[in-house]
Design a protein around this ligand. Structure first.
Ligand code: NDP
Length: 328
């Protein structure tokens, strides 16, 4: 029999968790032949709700689900995990400043980084979905000195998928026709979806669209503000698509990207494209053998340069704030 892959999910009783766990357990993450074991972390008051979710997992009788453990101590829950999907985070409350938000999340992601450092499997891969995702990932990474920095990432795959969907709608193509989409920078309103390297049926997307006004005035803001549009329509946040993107991200990291394509992932910068080293910023990456590499040699024009620099500047400011708080 195949050894189960151990997958930790934090904030497992939340909205994203409610969609994510069933996808993982049903084989959507690593395929129908690969058993998975779930390790679910919650804060103490949410453990009862989590027990209810586990009852539903039991009742789904998923053949690929090899076991479930739950708890409120990351040192126990993260023991031996191969993937850690860090979804639980502190949402911004009324009147909360950005510094307060970063501090509250530091109280979550610093101890989780330490627990991963001390207890996770040697091959652990960490994906941060909980916001502010890039800086939460940076906090976890810098509290895990024994894990290679390259094993820490933040999710920009939902932005990537939204960017593909909007481009498909504009060009009348299918999402499968679109390759080489890139989200650069921070998972925030400053993110930059780049059409200058994307392709629609092999044709350059920016040239095909040939409408800078649409790009700046409609496309970029629609992608960046999609979360708010969904809250407005549904009265609740976009949890199912966030869960689906988390699956896409972790699956491709484990199994690799397709030939002739790449994906967007926020990963520690090596200085590529002028992004300061160590910042966890979104790049185009290819993945093979469980290791990502940043796509090199893309031409960045002045428009793109300005957009990337603005988002990276925001990440530098966030890093400065958490450094001052002693979280790095
Ligand atoms: P969700 O499951 O809806 O969201 C969880 C996190 O994912 C939030 O930080 C949210 O950011 C982020 N996120 C990223 N992309 C999206 C997206 N497209 N749409 C919505 N959210 C997105 O939150 P819930 O409040 O339902 O659940 C959070 C759970 O986490 C709770 O059960 C709580 O108890 C738990 N928690 C667990 C911790 C732990 O395990 N130690 C620590 C803290 C919380 P944003 O806020 O910006 O929407």
């Amino acid at each position: 029999t195949t050894t189960p892959i151990k997958v930790a999910v934090t904030g497992a009783a939340g909205n994203i968790g409610y969609s994510l766990l069933f996808r993982i357990a049903s084989g959507a993450l690593f395929g129908p032949e690969q058993p998975v074991e779930l390790r679910l972390l919650e804060i103490t008051p949410a453990l009862k709700a989590l027990e209810g979710v586990v009852m539903e997992l039991d009742d789904s009788a998923f053949p690929t689900l090899a076991g479930v453990q739950i708890g409120d101590d990351p040192n126990t829950v993260f023991d031996g995990v191969n993937h850690a999907l860090l979804v639980g985070a502190r949402p911004r409350g009324p009147g909360m400043e950005r510094g307060d938000l970063l501090e509250a999340n530091g109280g979550i992601f610093a101890p989780q980084g330490k627990a991963l450092n001390d207890h996770a499997a040697d091959d652990v891969k960490v994906t941060v979905t909980g916001n502010p995702a890039n800086t939460n990932a940076l906090i976890a990474q810098s509290n895990a000195p024994d894990i290679p920095a390259s094993r820490f990432s933040a999710l920009t795959r939902l932005d990537h998928n939204r960017a593909i969907a909007q481009l498909a709608a504009k060009t009348g193509a299918t999402v499968a026709d679109i390759k080489k989409m890139t989200i650069w920078g921070n998972h925030s309103a400053t993110q930059y979806p780049d059409l200058f390297h994307a392709e629609v049926k092999g044709q350059n997307a920016a040239q095909l669209v040939n409408d800078q006004e649409w790009l700046e005035g409609t496309y970029i803001p629609t992608v960046a503000k999609r979360g708010a549009a969904i809250i407005d329509a549904r009265g609740a946040s976009s949890a199912a698509s966030a869960a689906s993107a988390t699956i896409d991200h972790a699956r491709d990291w484990q199994l690799g990207t397709a030939d002739g394509d790449w994906v967007s992932m926020a990963v520690p910068s090596d200085g590529s494209y002028g992004v300061p080293e160590g910042l966890i910023s979104s790049f185009p990456v290819t993945i093979s053998g469980g290791e990502w590499s940043i796509v090199q040699g893309l031409d960045i024009d002045d428009f793109s340069r300005g957009k990337i620099d603005a988002s990276v500047k925001e990440l530098e400011d966030e890093r400065e704030t958490v450094k001052k708080l002693g979280l790095l």
